[in-house]
Design a protein around this ligand. Structure first.
Ligand code: AKB
Length: 313
């Protein structure tokens, strides 16, 4: 049977690039983009687009029936910083949207699901360096609690109902095509925009806050790779650890200064510092490498070059 893919949250930071990559791979008409509001023109013009509230089961079911959807990528979520401001809205969006797609698969209305988790599933008691796939997980943020609960539900639906759900714990993602929104790792994108426009950036995290990060091309590659691999290879049905690079804001500033020598960074940590402090500084991803051949391509230098070249006026 032909694939027919629905992306929910297609206009967000990951959704935009994922939609374009899936359209390149499977054809424009086989990839239906959806979001609660309109987004990027390229994305809306290159194939089918639907307005969809991910928490509305009936509307989702109707789109799935109409396009004979076989796979869903559920990218809609409220991220860590915004979720701290609107805890109940975050919980409702992050959990209800997941239950909607899990239940569609349980009822055999779709075959396969991709759902993103995050390094936010870890918490202040988790060992920070080379954090293992299975370790202490006591998230202290609303977003982290929703992602950790989501992981348990994915694992449960796989074991109890045979739902083919696959997931990655994304680190902070860096891209030039779409801005991130409401995350703690957003500084790692904002900094490039400000470096080019003002040659200065005030960072909301402290200079030595080390966090796991990844360039978007690597994140998209990993997502497609995990979704393409045989179901038997997917040994982790909660969510896979994934790693590419780790750095601090001051290391990032140095890598920008190699290209823009008079770039200046200053630091004014806000409430996001506590969120970042609760997360690991590096991740062990041996399961992803072993099970489906994951390997990152972008380090900080390569990312900086790519970002500055593509964002330059
Ligand atoms: C965030 O900062 O909230 C996200 C994430 C790490 O999941 N980028």
């Amino acid at each position: 049977m032909e694939k027919s893919i629905l992306i929910i949250g297609a206009c967000g930071q990951i959704g935009t690039e994922l939609t374009m990559a899936l359209r390149d791979t499977y054809g424009n008409e086989s990839v239906i983009a959806s979001d609660i509001r309109e987004g990027n023109e390229n994305l809306m013009d290159s194939g089918p687009f639907e307005i969809l509230d991910a928490t509305d089961y009936d509307a989702l079911e109707e789109i799935v029936a109409y396009y004979e959807i076989t796979e869903i990528y559920l990218m809609a979520a409220m991220l860590s910083a915004t979720a701290e401001k609107f805890p109940m809205r975050a919980w409702n969006l992050n959990m209800n949207s997941l239950f909607n797609v899990l239940n569609l698969a349980k009822e055999k209305k779709i075959d396969k699901i991709f759902w993103p988790s995050s390094i936010a599933v870890f918490g202040p008691n988790t060992p920070k360096e080379n954090t293992l796939q299975s370790t202490i997980m006591e998230p202290s943020t609303v977003y982290g609690i929703s992602k950790q609960s989501g992981e348990r539900w994915c694992d449960y639906y796989f074991h109890k109902f045979g739902v083919d759900v696959r997931s990655i714990r994304y680190p902070g993602l860096i891209s030039w095509k779409t801005m991130p929104g409401g995350g703690t790792t957003d500084y790692a994108v904002e900094i490039y925009h400000k470096a080019l426009s003002e040659k200065a950036y005030t960072c909301f995290l402290k200079e030595d806050t080390e966090l796991p990060m990844m360039f978007m091309d690597d994140a998209i590659k990993a997502t497609l790779q995990l979704m393409e691999t045989d179901a038997d290879n997917v040994k982790v049905r909660s969510s896979y650890n994934l790693s590419a690079m780790n750095f601090t804001p001051s290391q990032m500033a140095e890598s920008i200064q190699n290209h823009i020598p008079d770039f200046k960074i200053s630091y004014e940590p806000d409430f996001r510092q506590a969120i970042a402090d609760s997360w690991p500084s590096s991740i062990d991803d041996q399961e992803a490498r072993r099970d489906w051949g994951w390997k990152a391509e972008f380090d900080l230098e390569k990312t900086t070059k790519e970002m500055l070249e593509n964002l330059a006026p």
